[in-house]
Design a protein around this ligand. Structure first.
Ligand SMILES: [Zn+2]
Length: 224
């Protein structure tokens, strides 16, 4: 993580994600109980109440891949490089001399050499939700034809569920905040969808109440 004395600014970005179509955030589990559908929707029990959520890692993946494709022309020298003893030393040396230039994706989300500047919380649903079970047909990836015995059931969160999302951003610029907002706009336009089975129309979402709050101003009043 960024050294505490190097923190110039911290922003808390909060927003609500409302799914307009069914939402499929699979837990990757295959049911061994024949009465239960495969691939449950992500959920956990809080006290006695069951809740559904979109994992922070899922949201991070969406923001990362979208920002990567928005800035595709400008990959940095440290991009997709497998770190080893030698180049790690080289990186630290360059960092010390202020010579590291990172692309937006690496700077915001990190790479093998450095941590990112954005922390994504799990987005937990507020209020009631409903889960329904749908029929699916497995498609063979190689031939793109339906498999004979490929019928399976899957769970979706019914439309209208409200998820409370939060991103903490450390040492980001106005331009970085604009990039994040662009992802929000693309989600609202329906270009970017959330979760699985997008080709079946699932995962169309709307982001509402996008709020950026500064928790610590640049060059803030730290007297410590
Ligand atoms: Zn990069």
């Amino acid at each position: 993580m960024i050294a505490l004395n190097k923190i110039r600014n911290i922003y808390k970005i909060t927003f609500k994600i409302v799914n307009l179509t069914g939402l499929r955030i699979g837990s990757g589990q295959v049911s061994i109980d024949p009465t239960k559908p495969d691939n449950f929707v992500m959920r956990w029990k809080m006290n006695t109440k069951e809740i559904v959520f979109i994992p922070g890692s899922t949201l991070k993946g969406i923001f990362r891949s979208t920002i990567a494709s928005l800035t595709e022309d400008s990959k940095c020298d440290w991009h997709d490089k497998a770190p080893n003893k030698e180049n790690k030393k080289e990186f630290l040396e360059a960092l010390k001399n202020d010579e590291v230039i990172l692309c937006d994706e690496c700077r915001l989300f990190g790479n093998g050499f450095i941590q990112g500047r954005l922390l994504f919380n799990d987005a937990i649903c507020e209020g009631d939700f409903n889960i329904s079970i749908r029929d699916g047909v497995r498609i063979r990836r190689d031939t793109e034809t339906a498999e004979d015995k490929g019928k399976y059931d899957y769970e979706v969160v019914d439309p209208g569920c409200v998820f409370n999302a939060e991103i903490t951003a450390i040492n980001v610029s106005e331009k970085d905040l604009e990039l994040l907002q662009k992802v929000k706009d693309l989600i609202n336009l329906g270009v970017i969808k959330i979760g699985g089975l997008k080709s079946r129309g699932l995962g169309r979402c709307e982001i509402k109440e996008w709020k950026v709050e500064s928790l610590k101003e640049a060059g803030g009043s730290s007297n410590v």
